[in-house]
Design a protein around this ligand. Structure first.
Ligand SMILES: [Zn+2]
Length: 597
């Protein structure tokens, strides 16, 4: 060896392993028994992960985003990448998960066993103690920490490698910006790396979600496979849509499995399930052979060609590894549940966790269709009865120093019909009583909202013989149904008694949300109940109806919320009270539900 060669030999740094992460992992990473496929890491089982590993290893890529179905290996990527980083390209690592619980569980059952069984890492691990706890390891020049997603854990040292888990969750929406800001020093010198791994979000289109923003800022690689018949490439997706949004292919089954009542015969769905090519309609079996062929031909196809090169995003659905019959069964059961109960929760879960597609929450606002009702406020201003009148009510929404009032009458001769006779603001208690008398509303048919100053409401009820009403959100009260003798849930309570200066006054608890639903259907002209308004209806009434809309507060749970805070909504409240009174009095039918539903 020449002198120069000797000198160079001395100066040569130990060379890091530059083979792909998954090649390195095949030799060094052994998955613990907590994984469905324990043993030496085998990238062939999950070929859709390979481009993701490549992106994590690419020095020009700053952020990798994986939107994935459950159980396709999103977390596995981080479990394999971290030991590789520790050995081959070290720097401070922070992995942020949803909760403290998740952090503990993942560290104990997955990541720590992997690190201990990975020989090159185990040689570097300090002894358990102050340098090494369940969730923090100090390697000397750098560290590895696992932490929950909250602001206090995201505001300390600079991080080079950042893993962010399930960032679609509400708790992440505020934390995400802080979490990624921690890599900024390494980002400036082009050495940082962020790995976001998450299911698709449940979100409303206006507010958005950090998961969706991160995914869409990348190239949106869609895992796609070849059709064995026409050889064209199509997404490996449960439902493949064409440009018009119609379903053109994907997991399919016998359409005759749909019954007349819109539910699916699940057994028939399962026995006829197959995969349909969106290009040539070729049918492929639900088999391991099909999934193996998909693994051989699979690749990511970019949907967002304009994305910057340093952000890579990928999407993989459950159908790549989960049998189609299980997916079809779950989907059909979710549809049946929706048809039978109106609850979308299982369908939302399927969309976000199996299809890895976002669920967009639609805001429901009341659309008002004013038709020619053929009467004005003057028509009934002297207390005249409406055609076939069955009963009339007055609903009062109490404010600090005034009231909002609605007077209306119901008829049932040609199906349930409501006619609003008067709506407006009243300034004094005397005027309130005068209005009632002018419209000849019986005392027991006047109800005042008891949510505000109940003692004053009780005083009015004691003096005038009115009723109180205390509204709640989504709530039911279990009572015995007089018709059937069964215990059933009603959207209102039995009459309750309040003592006012030695006299009894009556009030009801009631579900505001339920009756606002009934009201919005009636106003939109859907359902049996006809909702008439005078042709000179108080424009404030229409304004008030728009003062709230329905929003999904958590999966499958809808509530009426103010559009903007303090928007007036008194018309919505008085009309909902009208409907509640008419329902309690039996003029509007309520189809009882058993308490188990
Ligand atoms: Zn085809």
């Amino acid at each position: 060896m020449s002198e120069v060669a000797k000198i160079l030999e001395k100066w040569r740094l130990p060379r890091p392993d530059r083979s792909p992460i998954y090649e390195w992992a095949r030799k060094h990473v052994v998955l613990p028994e907590s994984y469905a496929t324990p043993g030496p890491f085998n990238a062939k089982l999950t070929p859709w992960l390979l481009p993701i590993f490549d992106a994590l290893q690419d020095p020009l890529v700053r952020r990798v985003h994986f939107r994935k179905a459950v159980q396709v290996g999103g977390t596995l990527v981080a479990d394999v990448w971290i030991p590789w980083v520790i050995v081959n390209d070290p720097g401070p690592i922070s992995w942020t998960m949803q909760t403290e619980d998740m952090v503990e569980r993942h560290a104990k059952s997955r990541l720590n066993p992997i690190l201990e069984r990975c020989k090159p890492v185990s040689l570097m691990l300090p002894r358990p103690g102050p340098q090494r706890t369940t969730t923090e390891t100090y390697f000397g020049g750098f560290f590895l920490t696992l932490n929950p997603a909250n602001l206090s854990t995201q505001q300390s040292q600079s991080i080079r490698y950042k893993v962010n888990d399930e960032i679609w969750l509400p708790r992440w929406q505020e934390v995400y910006g802080h979490a990624v800001a921690r890599v900024s020093k390494f980002e400036e010198v082009g050495r940082s790396k962020i790995y976001n791994v998450s299911q698709a979000p449940i979100m409303d289109a206006e507010t958005g979600n950090v998961e969706d923003t991160s995914f869409r800022s990348g190239h949106e690689g869609e895992w796609s496979v070849e059709c064995p018949a026409c050889k064209k490439v199509h997404p490996a997706a449960f439902a493949i849509r064409d440009e018009r949004g119609e379903i053109a292919g994907g997991v399919a089954w016998d359409r005759k499995a749909r019954r007349d009542d819109e539910t699916w015969d699940v057994a028939r769905v399962i026995e006829s399930v197959h995969f349909k090519c969106p290009h040539c309609q070729h049918q492929t079996d639900d088999s391991d052979a099909t999934r193996a062929a998909w693994k051989r031909t699979g690749r990511f196809v970019a949907q967002n060609a304009k994305a910057p090169a340093d952000v890579r995003s990928y999407r993989v659905e459950a159908v790549v590894s989960r049998p189609m019959r299980l997916l079809a069964e779950e989907w059909a059961a979710a549809q049946n549940h929706l048809v039978r109960t109106g609850d979308e929760t299982p369908l939302v879960e399927f969309r976000t966790k199996r299809e890895a597609r976002p669920w967009i929450v639609e805001k429901k606002t009341v659309s008002i269709f004013t038709t020619k009702s053929g009467y004005t406020t003057a028509t009934y201003a002297a207390g005249q009865a409406i055609p076939d009148e069955a009963i009339r009510f007055m609903a009062i929404d109490r404010q600090q120093d005034h009231w909002w009032v609605e007077v209306g009458a119901f008829s049932t001769a040609q199906g349930p019909r409501y006619r609003q006779l008067w709506f407006g603001r009243i300034e004094t208690r005397d005027q309130l009583r005068q209005l009632q008398q002018r419209y000849a509303v019986p005392d027991a048919c006047v109800a005042q909202d008891r949510g505000y100053r109940p003692a004053d409401v009780d005083r009015d009820c004691a003096e005038f013989g009115w009723r109180g009403m205390r509204g709640y959100g989504r709530k039911t009260w279990t009572m015995r149904d007089e018709g059937s003798g069964q215990m059933v849930n009603f959207p209102f309570s039995e009459p309750r008694v309040s003592d006012y200066r030695g006299g009894d006054v009556y009030y009801y608890d009631w579900s505001g949300d339920y009756f606002k639903d009934v009201l919005s259907l009636a106003i939109e002209g859907k359902g049996d109940l006809k909702w008439d308004m005078p042709e000179d209806v108080n424009p404030l009434y229409l304004e008030h109806l728009k003062g709230e809309h329905k929003v999904e507060v958590r999966t499958g749970v809808w509530e009426w919320r103010e559009v903007k805070s303090n928007a007036p909504n008194h018309g919505l409240d008085t009309s909902a009270m009208m409907l509640c009174m008419a329902t309690i009095a039996g003029f509007i039918k309520y189809a009882p539900q058993s308490p188990s539903v």
